[in-house]
Write a protein that binds this ligand. Structure first.
Ligand SMILES: C[S@@+](CC[C@H](N)C(=O)[O-])C[C@H]1O[C@@H](n2cnc3c(N)ncnc32)[C@H](O)[C@@H]1O
Length: 218
């Protein structure tokens, strides 16, 4: 399944995704609060895989600007409607993959957010390196990630079948330990970690060191 097929999957389910209520509001609110701990009123923020934009719109009053991106035009169409309804002016939605965001012209950012997305990208190492290159030294990467490797091994034989039937997009299976190691390998220092339960999404705040040892791509 390539990028365009993945994109079609998300386009197709966008209305349902927008209509589904947040399952664990208490955890969601804790993540909002911890994310806001990384903001100042002058912060410039990038969110990748922003979906229908709810999180970006809630954070908007706490920062200078949020560039919220997603590769699904249908997700962003809903996000634009929500933005107009909320009267928010400092969020820009853009149809893009993370690799389309140019550190030279769009960045650097104080905070990069990726909520419920790292298990959905084809090349996690490349995504984390890109996030690092888009951050200012000392900037924060805030993520929440479904770690299917921790307790969901039964899904492994099902995933390719569900993908062939168009029921799943690309889905990577890894555990919390692997994800944290990947972040460290990308040059991040994990400063906060929280998981509301063993099978719940892992919330991580990671810092790009002030003098990054990671390579900087163009
Ligand atoms: C599970 S939803 C999460 C949406 C939102 N971040 C949230 O927490 O509700 C995943 C989103 O990532 C987007 N997405 C998946 N793969 C992507 C990629 N490679 N580049 C950009 N967006 C992607 C999908 O279109 C979808 O809107």
């Amino acid at each position: 399944m390539g990028d365009s097929k993945d994109r079609r999957f998300w386009d197709k389910i966008s209305e349902k995704y927008a209509a589904d209520p947040i399952k664990d509001m208490e955890s969601y609110e804790h993540k909002l609060e911890m994310t806001r701990g990384c903001f100042t009123p002058e912060s410039t923020v990038l969110e990748f895989g922003c979906g229908t934009g709810g999180t970006a719109l809630l954070h908007a009053p706490f920062v200078k600007h949020i560039l919220a991106t997603d590769f699904s035009g249908e997700m962003l169409r809903i996000a634009e409607t929500r933005k107009a309804e909320a009267g928010v002016e400092n969020v820009t939605f853009r149809q893009a993959r993370l690799e389309d965001i140019d550190p030279a012209t769009d960045g650097p950012f104080d905070v990069v957010m990726g909520m419920s997305i790292l298990h959905l990208v084809r090349d996690r190492a490349e995504t984390l390196a890109r996030a690092r290159d888009l951050l200012k030294p000392g900037g924060r990467l805030v993520t929440s990630t479904v770690c299917l490797g921790d307790g969901f091994w039964f899904l492994i034989p099902i995933i390719p079948i569900a993908q062939a039937l168009g029921l799943f997009p690309v889905l990577r299976v890894f555990g919390a330990k692997r994800l944290k190691q990947d972040m460290q390998d990308a040059g991040f220092e994990i400063t906060y970690e929280w998981r509301p339960g063993p099978s719940k999404a892992l919330f991580l705040v990671a810092r790009k060191p002030a003098a990054s040892s990671g390579s900087q791509s163009a």
